[in-house]
Design a protein around this ligand. Structure first.
Ligand SMILES: Cc1cc2nc3c(=O)[nH]c(=O)nc-3n(C[C@H](O)[C@H](O)[C@H](O)COP(=O)(O)OP(=O)(O)OC[C@H]3O[C@@H](n4cnc5c(N)ncnc54)[C@H](O)[C@@H]3O)c2cc1C
Length: 409
């Protein structure tokens, strides 16, 4: 593979650009905004294994987790950046009326994969997080998870890509593909600049992937939610790890959204979670909804806005659970789309009817898996075989769930 164009400079696109360029491939990475402008710069910084789906995702997550410290050390050594990688516990609080077993979401399959999960009593919750006031509740605790600075993590991959010779083009929005029969022969972009073209096109545009694939006549069953979060000014140490609420409402929420073809600005899911950065800022998330325009045509605004009510919900949640943060100022709030697929697995691989289009998207959480996933994708691109990524192939979706549109349709 001589010449690869990657669309989307989030963590996935940047890691792919670095690894491909290091393998001697000529790489152009293009983004409508700048590096780390999408969900990769809008998340809660969590390197979580507790989210992994049973099966191949979990096996891969286990491997990714085991390899991560060495990957981070390597990235830090190459770039000179401190990625603020640290082990933390995460607590899922069992609030009144919740089934404590539900808090240990997927506990059995995680334990089988060698991860430690346990339910702890209110005294133990208090010992772990003394500043959290919940009037005595149990919690599921995951002792050994991690956090990382998501900006530095993504920027480090971009830096590594540049050093390896990749060209990074920012501020250039891809509006479509130029086709010759089934093959893509170039990109249509907004604004001026040199034409961008290559032998292979990798769509790593996160939640925007579906809209872009549509312009190549491909309808991927990939939807998105818009997650809203905020960050406070720096405060003295209050939290040691992540404090969140237990609950299993996300899957039904996403399934409802998918059943509606992605259209659900009236659907809302509040999942409280708070973590303190190494600089002392509290990052608080997240209220999610189906975005306006997240409907069947897959299009959406490039900059979804934070709804006024979301900020109030986030602040109320924070003050209820962490009274010491009562007078903290919120310095920034944001809303960014996160993709998901009906089976909660990413979409990785070539599209049969578009031989030089490769999809690398659909990651609802990416920080833990990207170093490994990018390695496997690069092997797949170079060898022309998906190997262990085959379960994530776009071809897995049944007729009707993944349609090729008529050319120009
Ligand atoms: C509030 C919130 C909390 C989260 N918490 C976590 C967490 O704690 N841990 C975790 O692992 N994950 C978390 N996630 C999810 C995680 O951020 C995403 O899974 C991850 O960032 C996806 O990376 P990506 O590279 O696929 O996409 P993105 O980072 O979204 O990158 C896509 C890029 O494509 C570019 N693009 C889009 N359209 C075009 C176009 N037409 N032309 C050119 N460029 C284009 C965009 O500008 C963007 O830079 C969270 C997300 C949110 C919003």
């Amino acid at each position: 593979m001589a010449n690869v164009v990657i669309i989307g400079a989030g963590i996935v696109g940047c890691a792919l650009a670095a690894r491909l360029a290091e393998n001697g491939v000529k790489v152009t990475l293009i983004d409508q905004a700048e590096v780390v402008a999408g969900a990769s710069g809008a998340n809660l910084s969590l390197v979580l294994w507790s989210d992994a789906e049973p099966g191949v995702s979990l096996t891969m997550t286990r491997r990714a987790w085991d390899e991560l410290p060495a990957e981070v050390a390597d990235l830090e050594a190459r770039t000179g950046l401190d990625l603020e990688f640290r082990r933390i516990h995460t607590l899922s609080l069992v609030l009144e009326g919740m089934d404590p077993r539900a808090a240990l979401a997927g506990g059995a399959h995680l334990t089988e994969a060698g991860f430690q999960t346990e339910l702890i009593d209110p005294a133990a919750v208090h010992a772990l997080e003394p500043a959290v006031d919940l009037g005595g509740v149990q919690a599921a605790v995951y002792q050994e998870q991690a956090a990382i600075n998501p900006f530095y993590f993504t920027l480090a991959w971009a830096d590594r890509a540049r050093v390896a010779g990749a060209s990074i083009v920012t501020g250039r929005r891809v509006t479509g593909f130029r086709m010759d029969g089934e093959r893509i022969v170039g990109l249509e972009t907004a604004g001026s600049g040199e034409p961008v073209g290559g032998d292979l096109y990798v769509l790593a545009a996160g939640a925007w992937t579906r809209a872009l694939a549509l312009t190549a006549g491909i309808d991927l069953p990939e939807y998105h939610i818009i997650g809203e979060a905020c960050v406070t000014e720096a405060l003295p140490p209050l939290l040691h790890g992540l404090v969140g609420e237990a609950g299993d409402n996300r899957v039904p929420f996403e399934l409802e959204l998918a059943a509606r073809g992605g259209d659900g600005s009236d659907l809302r899911l509040a999942e409280f979670a708070a973590i303190q950065t190494m600089s002392g800022n509290l990052v608080v998330g997240q209220v999610s909804h189906g975005g306006p325009g997240s409907g069947p045509d897959g299009r959406q605004g490039n900059r979804p806005a934070v709804r006024p009510g979301a900020l109030r919900d986030l602040a109320t949640g924070l003050v209820q659970r962490l009274p010491a943060a009562r007078s903290a100022s919120v310095i920034r709030a944001w809303a960014k789309p996160v993709p998901f697929t009906p089976d909660h697995q990413p979409i990785i691989g070539r599209v049969a009817s578009r031989p030089n289009l490769f999809i690398a998207s659909g990651l609802k959480s990416a920080l833990i898996i990207t170093p490994l996933l990018s390695k496997l994708i690069v092997e797949a691109v170079i060898d022309g075989d998906l190997g262990s990524l085959r379960p994530f192939s776009p071809g897995r979706f049944p007729q009707g769930g993944f349609e090729e549109l008529r050319p120009g349709g």
